[in-house]
Design a protein around this ligand. Structure first.
Ligand code: SF4
Ligand code: SF4
Length: 306
């Protein structure tokens, strides 16, 4: 847990509660597939009471709303003293207006895994036909006046990177009032299994990603990019999530994220202290030839929109 002086400081002081145990989708890039066994509610509640935790993020291996006991968890954790909730979700359950209404009352921010702006790409990503339900979930939140609570997480993978600009257009048209879009380059973990089809080269995704970022910036919609080396974001480095963490004095990588691999190019690079680098799991598939050392001073880069 880290301290943050902002008015929403509780966001960076939250405890992750891995309460999900199943999922209603089957994403090809799932990093943390359901394991079927969340920790007992009372054990978590006791730890929360003991530590005086006030904010939690509901997540875990799977989809927190798919287990049938979502509101039991909220009730138990509230009784233990939790005042702020974040929810990682795919939004499918929010298509039920009553479920959405109750969830919206309980949750401060919805981190929504949303890999596509069209049914076909969504089907390739999630191996499901629930695109319409997931969109309905977002629309229900918007209808409740909670668009500002939506943070869209868009995993960049082999099946959607060419459509990044179209995804940006869709966000601009449908949800221009959301909190922000987080583009995360897929990790070779969980179900990915060393697949070059699922993990594109950084350089393949780069031009499409830059167009998407530019489109969102022009409309003043906040966006960040995660797990993409700064040399593959040339002139767009300020959108890097890890760069922004470095800028404010945090560890570059969040707790639990695998360390960057040290490549020959990184050893000579002035951006190294501020860069997420490439990870060993990526290098295993594509190697390090795309990484280019830079002489740019990271202090000269302006963080975008935050
Ligand atoms: S990525 Fe999320 S929504 Fe997709 S299968 Fe994994 S837990 Fe479910
Ligand atoms: S060469 Fe290495 S340190 Fe430099 S920007 Fe690329 S990945 Fe980051």
């Amino acid at each position: 847990m880290k301290k943050d002086a902002s008015k929403d400081g509780w966001i960076s002081e939250q405890l992750c509660v891995p309460m999900a145990r199943t999922c209603n989708l089957y994403c090809v890039y799932c990093q943390n597939p359901p394991a079927g066994a969340p920790p007992p509610k009372e054990k978590i509640a006791a730890a929360i009471r003991r530590k005086g935790v006030k904010a939690v993020s509901l997540e875990g291996g799977g989809e927190p709303t798919a287990g049938g006991d979502f509101f039991d968890w909220v009730k138990t954790l509230k009784a233990a003293g939790v005042a702020h909730f974040m929810l990682s979700t795919n939004a499918v359950a929010l298509s039920d207006p009553e479920f959405c209404r109750r969830a919206e009352k309980a949750v401060d921010y919805f981190t929504v895994n949303f890999p596509a702006a069209d049914p076909d790409t969504y089907r390739k990503a999630t191996r499901s036909v629930k695109f319409g339900m997931a969109v309905k979930g977002l629309e229900n939140l918007k209808a409740l006046g909670a668009e500002r609570k939506i943070r869209l997480f868009h995993i960049i993978f082999g099946g959607n990177y060419r459509r990044l600009p179209a995804f940006a257009d869709w966000v601009i048209e449908k949800f221009p009032g959301l909190a922000f879009v987080n583009f995360t380059f897929v990790r070779n973990a969980g179900r990915v299994g060393d697949s070059a089809e699922i993990v594109p080269r950084y350089g393949e995704a780069e031009p499409f990603l830059k167009v998407a970022l530019a489109k969102l910036k022009l409309k003043k919609i906040k966006a960040v990019v995660q797990n993409m080396p700064l040399c593959r974001l040339r002139n767009f480095e300020g959108f890097s999530f890890e760069f922004q963490r470095w800028r404010r004095g945090d560890h570059i990588l969040e707790a639990g994220i695998a360390k960057k691999a040290m490549c020959p190019a990184c050893g000579n690079c002035s951006l190294e202290p501020a860069c997420c680098g490439a990870r060993a799991d990526y290098l295993k598939i594509h190697g390090s030839k795309e990484l280019i050392s830079s002489g740019k001073d990271p202090e000269s880069i302006r963080a975008e929109a935050f």
